[in-house]
Design a protein around this ligand. Structure first.
Ligand code: PSV
Ligand code: MN
Length: 427
């Protein structure tokens, strides 16, 4: 199914009066505070967040999976689903593929379909954390860090193959996340594991096209429970620095131990021009992969405050990070969950844009702790949703994507087309 402009327009007419009232009220307040509302709306509209191809079906835990109906059965259907999101929110204009879960069998047809829906291909992700059915070696004891050269070579070759798929689709980045590590003390020589990983990454790095980037994603634990080779931002940053200017750190919000100050990590990486990518999700305990902003929205805002500062004050080589959601949906409709996540990301971004940087710096320089907190919290406590709605309206999207999704009966139609019992690839 596709969502057409007239359907969105009809939905918008129902919410138009209410939106106008809220938007006019907010505009007057922001303008009085010296904000350029049109410039804010343009910035908010420009933020595009890639959707992972593996998050369009129900996720699950190691205990159970409860699939909904109408899940995409192929890469084409996954692209169609991202197209539905993008038609509603005009902010999901990219898809990130995980190989081999989503191998583009006919790259040019896949590309045509995506571009018809206004989508581009974000970073491609390699998978050396699972053995594939026909695999000749096993990743049970690691991949790029494995003690055996043959296994490391297999994992390196896979990454190079992923780059090749990405090239066919117009991607310009490879994300490497490794499960490599150990479950028990003594199992691994930390130094050798790092050195092997570095040497393997060097081989992959050498295969990167000139305009490509490599994102190195860290994670403290899981699936290994004693040590992970690339456990934290410091290790990722060290590898990225050693590899060269095309290598960057990727921050996944769920990949931190409880209470880690992620905003400070972001600030440091941006200062060094080494923050390449971002995986958004939320969590209460570990890598819970919950809807963005559902548990710790203030932390998300503080992170965005550093992101905005970093983007406004870039290090010489600082790119705009590649934004992506990396979540899993156990009890929600995946598409509804993704709409909520995109909204939460944009709310935090818009609030961060409202922070008066000059006033904040003055408060900091004067050790005015109270005012520094006030400035941040004033921005955080502003209901910016009318700005988001207006930016969607101007881009041809829905004033209220979630309500439109329900009013248009999208899931019902998808179930009608694809059936109730469908299984989509991915986690
Ligand atoms: C690992 O937990 C991770 O965050 C990596 O980004 C993987 O590619 C993805 O999740 C797999 O679901
Ligand atoms: Mn991730």
């Amino acid at each position: 199914m596709r969502i057409h402009a007239d359907q969105v327009g009809e939905q918008n007419r129902r919410h138009e009066a209410r939106h106008r009232e809220a938007f006019d009220f907010l505009t007057a307040r922001l303008a009085a505070d010296g904000h350029d509302v049109d410039a804010l709306i343009t910035k908010i509209g420009a933020l595009q967040i890639a959707v992972p191809s593996w998050a369009l079906g129900a996720g699950g835990t190691r205990f159970a999976r409860f699939p909904g109906g109408g899940e995409p059965r192929s890469l084409e259907e996954k692209i169609m689903d991202v197209g539905l999101l993008h038609a509603l929110n005009r902010s999901s204009g990219a898809i990130s593929l995980h190989i081999p879960w989503d191998i583009p069998k006919n790259a040019s047809e896949i590309k045509t379909l995506a571009s018809e829906l206004g989508l581009v291909f974000d970073a491609v992700n390699s998978n050396t954390f699972q053995d594939q059915p026909d695999q000749t070696v096993s990743y049970k004891y690691g991949s790029l860090a494995h003690a055996e050269k043959a296994v490391r070579k297999h994992a390196v070759d896979h990454n190079i193959e992923v780059i090749e798929y990405g090239k066919q689709l117009g991607s310009t980045a490879l994300t490497v996340w490794l499960a490599d590590g150990s479950c028990f003390p003594g199992q691994l020589n930390f130094r050798k594991a790092f050195q092997r990983t570095y040497a393997s990454l060097q081989e992959i790095y050498a295969a990167l096209p000139g305009d490509w980037k490599m994102f190195i994603e860290y994670k403290p634990y899981e699936p290994n429970f004693y040590s992970t080779v690339i456990q934290d931002w410091g290790t990722s940053f060290l590898l990225a620095n050693k590899l060269g200017e095309k290598a960057y750190t990727l921050v996944d919000l769920g990949h931190h131990l409880p209470n880690t100050n992620i905003e400070q990590i972001v600030a440091t990486l941006m200062m060094e021009g080494k923050l390449g990518g971002f995986h958004f999700n939320d969590s209460k305990y570990g890598d819970d992969d919950l809807t963005v902003g559902s548990i710790k929205p203030y932390q998300l805002f503080l992170i965005f405050s550093e992101l905005v500062y970093g983007m406004e004050n870039p290090a010489s080589s600082n790119p705009t990070p590649a934004w992506m959601i990396d979540a899993s949906h156990n009890v929600k409709d995946p598409l509804e969950d993704l709409l909520q996540s995109v909204e939460a990301i944009k709310v935090a971004y818009a609030q961060a844009l409202l922070v008066d940087r000059d006033e904040l710096e003055a408060a900091r320089e004067n050790n005015d702790t109270v005012m520094a907190q006030e400035i941040l919290q004033n921005a955080y406590r502003t209901d910016v949703r009318p700005l988001l709605a207006e930016s969607r309206l101007r881009a041809g999207g829905a004033l209220d994507p979630l309500r439109a999704f329900r009013a248009l009966g999208v899931r019902k139609q998808l179930i009608g087309e694809r059936g109730m019992k469908t299984v989509s690839t991915g986690l």
